[in-house]
Design a protein around this ligand. Structure first.
Ligand code: NAD
Length: 496
């Protein structure tokens, strides 16, 4: 099945025939491919080639660069079904979520095409007569993209669509758990390049590799920007290494996202939003809802309603109509079990969380999503466990709820369910949520590409995708032009 999909998507695995890195599907644990990993020398050679590509590409007018991304969007539209399915096989996402991820790629292509005619700079009033000032934005160089397993293709597309229209070359180091979708996405981009005609060779490359290949990108001063998505542990390492060589980084790291459920909340709406945000993608989204901070007057009712909704959720093969697929691997299941044990030790009451379908799939890790009624926000709650665990805590007043929302090291996504406009505005004000995303009556996950995506504190501070995130992929230049016959100095300085 996977081989057939790869062929349809234009992937030639013969280049990887001698590879020894096995790729397993989390659906049943079976091997679905073998790839060769880049060593440091191979990455260095890619950087060299990318630099040449950059030198040619930066001279191409931005709207023409946009044409390549427009063609890529068209290729993706034609291959949405196959690539979506491959995402499901490689990561265990349910069919709808695999397709949704490809749609996100298409959406960012559309956004980037428009952007290619809108890379605006400012004009600035000069204090000197006969002068004008302006700000211009120039391509940056080689962009290294390091991505996580859980959004194996969309995150690369966010980065690549913007990096290409802004005039850069890209080297992508995908997760070693999801190299096949990366090779397929690259093959589709190459198809768009052939239709485009004269894109420089090696404008976009995939470096299939592990942490070592990532480090080779991170430590090389020729890589102007490293955009890294993954755990906070990875980001702490990458951020420091890139900073040490004065490189630029965009860090998109772990989240620990909360919902405040106010007494006035529409509980029917809230149950649906919680279910999608806490259980979707088997709890393996950076924006997954992990903490529910419910007013003491509604907490018991929401827990009861959630328990009954959770009981109806179908867990199983992601391409056969289930809502919850498997965890990515055994390590992930071990982490979930150990978090639940710690929560119990802290006085938490655990509902669900048990392993499922073990007889049918002994080498895969399906779990029942867990709800944990916690007496307080203890250490285990402050930590991101990348699995479907929803900790529920109660609050008495809105100030306390906002403090609980903010009292974790991460700062990615947050939301409040309320019908009280004062609470909603407070939550989104400077005194409210300290996260990069703060929603009202919408869950924490499922962002649109039009907004800037990212979070504060240990989430890394990076912004990708919409709004003016494109500026992260360009260098800013301030220009002053003297069109007079005098040479007045700024600040009125006389130097005669
Ligand atoms: P991970 O940190 O294990 O790996 C991510 C990527 O980093 C992989 O490609 C890996 O090979 C590479 N890597 C790891 N250590 C490295 C190092 N020292 N130097 C260079 N590269 C290195 O993460 P994962 O398990 O694949 O993904 C799950 C994590 O990603 C979660 O914490 C999740 O919240 C986070 N995530 C964040 C966002 C976001 O936008 N904020 C999006 C998706 C996932």
């Amino acid at each position: 099945m996977v081989e057939h999909l790869l062929t349809r998507l234009g992937v030639d695995l013969s280049a990887h025939a001698a590879g020894s890195h096995a790729v397993h599907t989390p659906i049943d644990g079976s091997r679905i491919g073998t790839v060769a990993l880049d060593d440091r020398a191979a990455v260095a050679a890619r950087i060299e080639r990318a630099q040449h590509a950059f030198e040619a590409w930066r001279a191409v007018p931005a709207p023409r660069r946009g044409e390549l991304v427009r063609l890529f969007g068209e290729v993706l539209r034609r291959n949405k079904q196959a690539l979506g399915e491959l995402v499901s096989w490689e990561t265990g996402k349910i069919a709808q979520e695999g397709l949704g991820e490809v749609q996100e790629m298409i959406d960012i292509c559309d956004f980037a095409v428009g952007l290619s005619r809108q890379l605006y700079g400012l004009t600035i009033a000069s204090e000197r007569p006969g002068h004008h000032m302006r700000e211009t934005w120039h391509p940056l160089g080689v962009v290294g993209v390091i991505s996580a397993f859980n959004f194996p293709v969309a995150v690369w597309a966010w980065n690549t669509a913007l990096a290409l229209v802004t005039g850069n070359a890209v080297i992508w180091k995908p997760s070693e758990k999801a190299p096949l979708t990366a090779l397929a996405s690259q093959a589709l981009l190459e198809q768009a390049m052939r239709e485009f005609g004269d894109a420089p060779a090696h404008l976009s490359q995939v470096s299939v590799g592990d942490r070592d290949a990532g480090l080779a990108l991170v430590e090389d001063a020729r890589v102007a920007l490293v955009s890294a998505t993954g755990s906070t542990r990875m980001g702490r390492d990458v951020g420091q290494r890139v900073a040490a060589r004065f490189g630029r980084s965009i860090l998109e790291l772990g989240g620990n996202n909360a919902m405040i459920l106010a007494p006035s909340a529409d509980l029917d709406l809230a149950v649906r939003a919680i279910l999608f945000a806490a259980v979707g993608t088997a709890g393996q989204r950076c924006t997954t809802l992990r903490r529910l901070i419910a007013h003491e007057s509604v907490k018991d009712e929401i827990v009861a309603r959630l328990r009954s909704a959770y009981a109806k959720v179908r867990i199983g093969h992601p391409l056969q109509g289930s809502l919850v697929g498997p965890l990515i691997d055994k390590a992930s299941h071990d982490a979930m079990e150990s978090a639940l044990a710690r929560a119990r030790a802290d006085g938490g009451k655990v509902h669900g969380g048990d392993r499922r379908l073990q007889a049918e799939y002994p080498d895969a890790y399906y779990v029942a999503p867990a709800i944990v009624d916690m007496p307080a926000q203890t250490e285990v709650v402050r930590h991101e466990t990348f699995a479907p665990i929803l900790y529920v805590m109660s609050y008495a007043d809105i100030g306390q709820a906002i403090r609980l929302n903010n009292e974790v090291p991460q700062g990615l996504s947050s939301c409040i369910f309320t019908a009280d406009v004062r609470e909603a505005e407070l939550f989104q004000s400077a005194l409210g949520s300290d996260c990069g995303i703060a929603n009202v009556n919408i869950g924490t996950s499922g962002a649109e590409i039009g907004g800037a995506f990212g979070g504060e504190k240990e989430t890394g501070g990076g912004r990708e995708s919409g709004s003016d995130a494109w500026k992260g992929y360009m260098r800013r230049q301030t220009n002053t032009v003297n069109y007079s016959r005098e040479l007045p100095l700024a600040q009125g300085i006389s130097f005669d």
